[in-house]
Write a protein that binds this ligand. Structure first.
Ligand SMILES: Cc1cc2nc3c(=O)[nH]c(=O)nc-3n(C[C@H](O)[C@H](O)[C@H](O)COP(=O)(O)OP(=O)(O)OC[C@H]3O[C@@H](n4cnc5c(N)ncnc54)[C@H](O)[C@@H]3O)c2cc1C
Length: 437
């Protein structure tokens, strides 16, 4: 008998061996896979692009991959409403939108995720006037535990729609997504090193005056690398091919990977290497298509935790994180990323009900992160922080419930949509609590 294959996520920290792999080629086939799982009393988990660091998509039973449900179903250029298959990658979606003169209003810093996977963990980019993906959704097609399809929106099955916008696949499988897009636009970007204290002292002004502001910093450093992005209709003036290759591919990926390897092998070299990295990035100014500016190649594998805080807590929390990082026995070489989003009304969105600031911390793959991530979590929790659903954390339903005012509303939707835990797994049982079964 052939050995059952292992599946792993992008970071390689989640590896599992499902009993069965299903790759439906149509919504009907997807419905049949789910109906059969229910009839035989089995569990199934959908994986999009496997870019979550948590065990959100892990299963020991039926693994469903959505790669073939990646069609563009409908594009309405007048309203900007676009309906696509849940398995389409954000990269393919961006290209298709661009052909129609449309664009995503905002997005994260990579485009490799599937759209349904990105929605499901509350994926976000940066910009105080812009929400994460969940609140950009206007309709979903959800396949339920019996294999039946539901087209849900604010008028039709509104409770299922409201909750499914961030749900880790707990309310059914998303086979179609209708997004509200915007006319395509370009971004004028300024990326430059700045003193961290100046950035934090003027935090509110910086995030209010740029459309998309964010910064990176090495843990413990006094220097920030800021990105101040403004939406514009100006003609593109992109980085030269040489500049792009040097800065985005070589410095930020190949060279950085080399430094990380050295640091992992010889931890005592970290302070010296940190100085090289902190001073390595100069000033860049360019204008390009929105999705080319939002995304950056991520060729270096890492593990990540990210916390959403009330946005005005960011300066104090970042200073606490920095002080903590300086006290670590093994210093960290991987940058911290700080971003913002508007608040929204999605029950389990990490930005639910509040303008949010995000602190994301990373370590090079294969590096121990327990102490560092636990310290970040303690600081974030003290500021009312909520962990990203797709990034590493140790929270449980018991601690998460108090962070979400509409927790019970989501729990009711889950109990209604999946009373027997067909769509559950160990991670969902941990973060949402077990279902009666
Ligand atoms: C290099 C890198 C960069 C990243 N950058 C960002 C960023 O800028 N901002 C940010 O917020 N996050 C970021 N992330 C996290 C990432 O966006 C999320 O983890 C996202 O959920 C991954 O999408 P995916 O398609 O890989 O989903 P997966 O990881 O495969 O799945 C995530 C969850 O969604 C469920 N799911 C997937 N497809 C469906 C479906 N069709 N129906 C129902 N449920 C489904 C899965 O069961 C699982 O629970 C990054 C991750 C990496 C590795």
């Amino acid at each position: 008998m052939a050995r059952r294959p292992y599946i792993s996520n992008w970071a390689g920290n989640q590896r599992f061996q499902p009993t069965e792999i299903a790759r439906p080629a149509s919504e009907d086939e997807l419905g049949a896979v789910i109906a059969s799982a229910t009839q035989t009393d089995r569990q199934l988990r959908v994986m999009g692009a496997g870019h979550s660091f948590t065990a959100a998509a892990v299963t020991g039973d039926i693994h469903v991959t959505m790669h073939d449900l990646d069609q563009v179903h409908h594009v309405d250029t007048a309203t900007g409403r676009v309906t696509v298959g849940g398995g389409i990658t954000i990269q393919a979606l961006n290209r298709e939108l661009d052909r129609h003169g449309l664009a995503l209003a905002n997005m994260g810093d990579i485009d490799k995720q599937s759209i349904a996977g990105a929605i499901s963990t509350s994926t976000h980019g940066t910009g105080l006037a812009f929400t994460g993906f969940g609140a950009q959704i206007r309709g979903l097609r959800i396949v339920d535990a019996d294999g039946g399809s539901h087209d849900v929106d604010a008028g039709n099955e509104p409770e299922l729609f409201a909750n499914a916008r961030v749900s880790l696949g707990a309310l059914g499988v998303i086979s179609r997504v209708t997004l509200q897009t915007v006319p395509s636009f370009r971004i004028h970007a300024i990326e430059q090193p700045e003193p961290l204290d100046e950035v934090l002292d003027h935090w509110r002004e910086r995030i209010d005056t740029a459309d998309h502001f964010e910064f990176f910093m090495l843990p413990g450093s006094h220097q920030a690398m800021t990105k101040t992005n403004r939406r514009t209709d100006d003609e593109p003036a992109p980085l030269s091919r040489f500049g792009y290759t040097r800065d985005k591919l070589l410095l930020e990926n190949v060279g950085f990977d080399l430094l990380c390897r050295v640091a992992r092998r010889w931890p005592r070299s970290v302070p010296k290497l940190s100085r090289i990295i902190a001073t390595g990035g100069g000033r860049r100014e360019y204008t390009d298509r929105s999705f080319d500016v939002f995304t950056t190649p991520r060729l270096v594998k890492f593990y990540e935790t990210e916390w959403s805080l009330p946005v005005d807590a960011i300066p104090e929390a970042v200073r606490e994180v920095n002080a903590m990082a300086r006290s670590l026995a093994a210093p960290i070489i991987f940058p911290i990323e700080v971003r913002t989003t508007a608040g929204d009304d999605v029950p389990l969105s990490t930005a639910h009900g509040r303008e949010s600031g995000y602190i994301a911390a990373h370590v090079y793959n294969g590096t121990s992160h327990d102490e560092y991530f636990a310290n970040i979590a303690a600081i974030a929790r003290a500021h009312g922080g909520r962990p990203h659903w797709g990034k590493l954390h140790n929270e449980t339903a018991g601690s998460l419930a108090a962070l979400y005012p509409e927790w019970d509303r989501f729990q009711a939707a889950r109990a209604n949509a999946d009373p027997h835990g067909r769509f559950s797994n160990t991670y969902l049982d941990r973060v949402f609590g077990p279902l009666p079964g």
